[in-house]
Design a protein around this ligand. Structure first.
Ligand code: APR
Length: 250
């Protein structure tokens, strides 16, 4: 196992010793080693099989809700079958050593199942279901998962009868105010930001590292590949989340 570069180890321990806060921003790469495909990766990438603009928009939902719901049911099933990885568990442990705000772009619940409290799901949550029309939260049970069913008729709202949608942020939709406010507050106040498993391509979330830096934070990128953010970070750990994060714990 490669040791963590001394500079990263130092900034982490300086943060702990000075009572500073760590903000962790995660993306799809955080869940890759749990078997959840990333959006823009190679081979097993989620989007490479589907046209994102075809599925993750309100327009696609209006046009063909059964296809969109079938895709999300497949994603929910994959998440339910997945387990948190060593990276998720390491972040939960890190939070016991240093005040830590966890901001994720991921809509899965693997951080929570790995023992973390998530301060901001800036792109919503797969399992936070609500009515497409009246917005009422769907508290009832999830419909039965049908393996390989491409099209599944969505459940109906008990209040208004319209279709139930996933609580994720679709392209063109606003981010949830409370999550975005928590995320920007964490970026502004943190001493150190760990940017884990994100390509840094989708704004406004991709702007959080620059916001943190403008407020004096040190930025560390943890990603096996270079990203759109690599030029603006202070340190890079070219490694996967499940390998690098446990190493941070020493
Ligand atoms: N560990 C860490 N990083 C990894 C791993 C891994 N095991 N495997 C892949 N990565 C990196 C990739 O190198 C890439 O930089 O994770 C990143 C995944 O990038 P994307 O697939 O673009 O995912 P993300 O950055 O989270 O996308 C942002 O775009 O489609 C929208 O709403 C969706 O939240 C998503 C947003």
């Amino acid at each position: 196992m490669r040791a963590v570069p001394a500079a990263i180890d130092d900034v982490l321990h300086r943060t702990i010793d000075s009572g500073g806060h760590v903000c962790v921003l995660t993306g799809a790469g955080m869940s890759a080693e749990s078997g959840i495909p990333t959006f823009r990766g190679t081979h097993d990438s989620l989007w490479s099989r589907f046209d994102p603009m075809r599925l993750a928009t309100a327009g696609a939902w209006r046009e063909d809700p059964a296809l969109v719901w079938g895709w999300y049911r497949w994603r929910m099933h994959r998440v339910r079958e997945a387990q948190p990885n060593a990276g998720h568990r390491a972040l939960a442990q890190l939070a016991r050593r240093v005040p830590l705000w966890l901001v994720t772009q991921n809509v899965d619940d693997l951080h929570e199942r790995g023992g973390s409290t998530v301060d901001a799901h800036v792109h919503g949550s797969l399992f936070a279901l609500r009515c497409f029309a009246c917005g009422r939260a769907h508290e009832g049970p999830l419909d039965e998962y049908v393996d390989d069913a491409q099209r599944v008729e969505p459940m109906r709202c008990v209040a208004c009868g319209d279709r139930i949608r996933p609580g994720v942020v679709w392209f063109g939709e606003a981010l949830p105010d409370d999550a975005w406010n928590a995320a920007t507050d964490a970026a502004i106040r943190c001493t150190l930001m760990l940017v884990v498993g994100t390509s840094g391509l989708v704004y406004p979330a991709a702007g959080l590292p620059a916001l943190a830096r403008r407020h004096g934070a040190t930025l560390v990128e943890i990603n096996p590949e270079p990203t759109a953010l690599s030029a603006e970070v202070d340190h890079v750990l070219r490694a996967t989340a499940a390998r690098a994060l446990p190493q941070l714990l020493g």
